[in-house]
Design a protein around this ligand. Sequence first.
Ligand code: EPU
Length: 348
Amino acid sequence: MQEYFDLQAHNTFKLSARARYFCAITDVQELRDALQFARARNLPLMVLGGGSNVLFRKDYPGVIVHMTNRGIDIVAETAEAVWVRAASGESWHGFVEYCLHASLHGLENLALIPGCVGAAPIQNIGAYGVEVKELITDVEVLDAVTGVIETLTCTQCEFGYRDSIFKHNLHRRKIILSVTFRLHRSPCINLGYAALAQALSGIADPTPQQVFDAVCAIRRSKLPDPTVLGNAGSFFKNPVINREAFAKVLQDWPDLPSFPVAVDNDRNSVSNWVKVPAAWLIEKTGWKGRKFGQAGVYQQQPLVLVNHGDASAADILALAEQIMFTVAQQFGIQLELEVQWIPPRSSA
Ligand code: EPU
């Protein structure tokens, strides 16, 4: 257990903040010990993976456990599919590459997403037409109160757009140990996302490797590399609004793009809802590429806020508040955060 631990290298925004206590966890016993340590001192505990979706508003007063548990195992197979279990501390992109090289298909569209495997179900990561919930069969968790290991099915995870039960009823209650995916033995190419289809339009029958390469190339061209420019990917979610609200905005902004919301168990989704690109809204407010102190709006993708050097959390928050205010004023649409603020915005 390390004290007053500097978190700058553990958050992709590269913000300065310290954890009162910090420890790297490699197995369940160490995790149970850390939980006991926090309980004995009546301190809050939070789990940190790659730190790629968090914004530390200030020092964390409790215990941060950094998951570094490793392991990728095949747990079942049939003629068509292979069930692969990956430990929560595995790098997400490393896992996607591993599966590609093992000819286990389905994850190619999710290449190059920063962070670790354990974070993937929490926000149901998604990109280029695929959401991870489509491939997850179950999630192994440790109950932070009872210490019991349990398995949650995909349905029990209540996945939605950048959402799951781990952000709601089970927030801080269950700690993800591993995730099991059902992958395909045969290539299953998904070119449903326009930008990806366009990138591969010259290839008649793209291979999973070509899809993987194209996704990496698009991401590299649009999204800032966090090792070069601090950021946490999309700072806001794409707003999901009902058709009446959409029709109202269209009166003033007839070229507002929209995307159908995927149906099934999404929290908000019925055919009455549409998703509108936050990047478009932010661009129209004029914030694209602008700087506010050392905080900025990324030129190639205004959904991403960046740290141009030594921005403080307060700089980023002030910029985010202004963007949200302007978008609400101009379009009557409330942007929702995609990045997790720690502590949450509601608390002091
Ligand atoms: N757009 C603009 N101006 C821009 C960029 C985009 O108007 O400068 C509009 C365009 O209408 C474009 C639309 O936004 O068609 C969508 O843009 P893009 O394909 O870049 O995707 P996005 O909706 O902005 C989402 C995810 C990304 C994911 C991409 C690709 C969210 C919050 N973000 O962004 O995820 O990589 O789709 O699937 O859903 C992340 O979660 O951190 C993340 C990067």
